[in-house]
Write a protein that binds this ligand. Structure first.
Ligand code: NAI
Ligand code: MG
Length: 359
């Protein structure tokens, strides 16, 4: 019997509880198939926490997350809380939890499933075999730099400052190299070193750190070129690492290669293997409570947890293969179905994935 791993589970609002319930079924099946053991503890967060406890991020929830090895999150938010003051908004809780848990990178895989190639706006032959991961620095750069306004001879002037120090660059670059080692061992570091000083420092750090990962093939790509190459040759990328603002833009671009928001998983990582895993999508209030949401993004987020936090590659592979198998057999939730009348429910999709998992 392996060591018990602790997972904090936050269902949240809207479709959050519906998709998280399916991921929890997959978690149980993983225990049965592979002999791993998990202890889950549920915590309130977001709109439901505002309603029940008067704050989006209760201290007890933070405590549960901090003593866990990883966090699984559904989604938060909804129209009910949209007009609340900022300290009573679910989104404020999201920023707070990332900061409190020291999560400095955001990881987004973009995988094109062959049978869903026509869901994308790009040509199927361009997308063939695309399986990449964008690693975005999350707590530095221009989004967090000093901002102010001043008078200039030509009218009011606004200033945003961008700064990065060696520690901030090195910790995320090391993380990206380590992720690349667990994948196809290719890393593209994206910067704008032809004009930006922060990018020149970024590149120096990448080149120094690279010496510790001789098995990973490294390329430096300028951000404007990367934006083009993502559309031209997406399948040639494995791991892409970049600073905060470039990552914000490129991760959204990469997400659109796949065509469906209901399929996209993500992780936010801190030091070591600790991470928060969640679908990219929100709480989808328009379809909440109907049992039709696609649970695959959340199930793939759990697979990402197994891969990155627990190093259970066998379980992660099993889940990912099961998802492919179910999709290849033609099963679709309504968001990815061409013929909506044949769409299956959230729990039917979860059950099919469970049944397809193999050791
Ligand atoms: P959304 O991602 O919730 O929904 C966008 C569209 O995609 C909707 O039509 C929805 O039905 C569809 N969709 C999303 N996930 C789906 C799934 N799993 N299966 C099938 N269809 C799916 O984004 P939206 O509408 O902008 O935001 C709704 C709420 O979610 C807002 O309150 C927003 O603040 C919050 N939100 C929360 C996030 C989080 O918890 N990390 C992230 C993004 C938004
Ligand atoms: Mg964005």
């Amino acid at each position: 019997m392996s060591e018990v791993k602790k997972i904090a589970v936050i269902s949240g609002d809207g479709i959050g509880p519906e998709v998280v319930a399916e991921a929890e079924k997959v978690l149980k099946r993983t225990e049965e198939l592979f002999g791993y053991s998990f202890e889950t503890e549920h915590a309130l967060f977001g709109g439901i926490a505002i309603d029940q406890l008067g704050t989006p991020l209760p201290q007890n929830t933070l405590d549960i997350c901090k003593k866990a090895d990883a966090v699984l999150l559904g989604a938060v938010g909804g129209p009910k809380w949209d007009n609340n003051p900022s300290d009573l908004r679910p989104e404020t809780g999201l920023l707070g939890i990332r900061k409190e848990l020291g999560l400095f990178s955001n990881l987004r895989p973009a995988v094109v499933f062959d049978c869903l190639k026509d869901a994308s706006t790009l040509k199927p032959e361009v997308l063939e075999g695309t399986d990449l991961m964008v690693v975005r620095e999350l707590t530095g750069g221009i989004y967090f730099g000093e901002k102010f306004r001043r008078q200039s001879p030509n009218g009011e002037e606004a200033v945003d400052t961008c700064s990065y120090n060696v520690m901030e660059v090195e910790r995320i670059v090391r993380q990206a190299f380590e992720i690349a080692q667990k994948r196809r061992k290719k890393l593209a570091s994206v910067d704008k070193a032809n004009v930006l000083e922060t990018s020149r420092l970024w590149r120096e750090v990448v080149n120094r750190v690279a010496a510790d990962y001789p098995d990973v093939e490294l390329e430096h790509v300028l951000v404007d070129n990367c934006a083009m190459q993502l559309l031209r040759r997406p399948s040639s990328f494995d791991v892409i690492v970049t600073e905060n603002m470039f990552g914000d833009i490129l991760s959204d671009e990469a997400a659109m290669l796949t065509g469906s928001i209901g399929m996209l998983s993500s992780a936010s990582m801190g030091e070591g293997s600790y991470g928060l895993f969640e679908p990219v999508h929100g709480s989808a209030p328009d379809i909440a409570g109907q049992g039709i949401a696609n649970p695959i993004a959340t199930i793939l987020s759990l697979a990402l947890m197994f891969r990155l936090t627990f190093n259970y590659a066998d379980a992660a592979d099993s889940i990912e293969a099961a998802v492919s198998e179910v999709l290849n057999a033609g099963h679709r939730t309504s968001d990815i179905a061409v013929d909506k009348s044949k769409a299956i429910s959230t729990s039917q999709m979860g059950d099919l994935i469970l049944a397809a998992m193999k050791k």
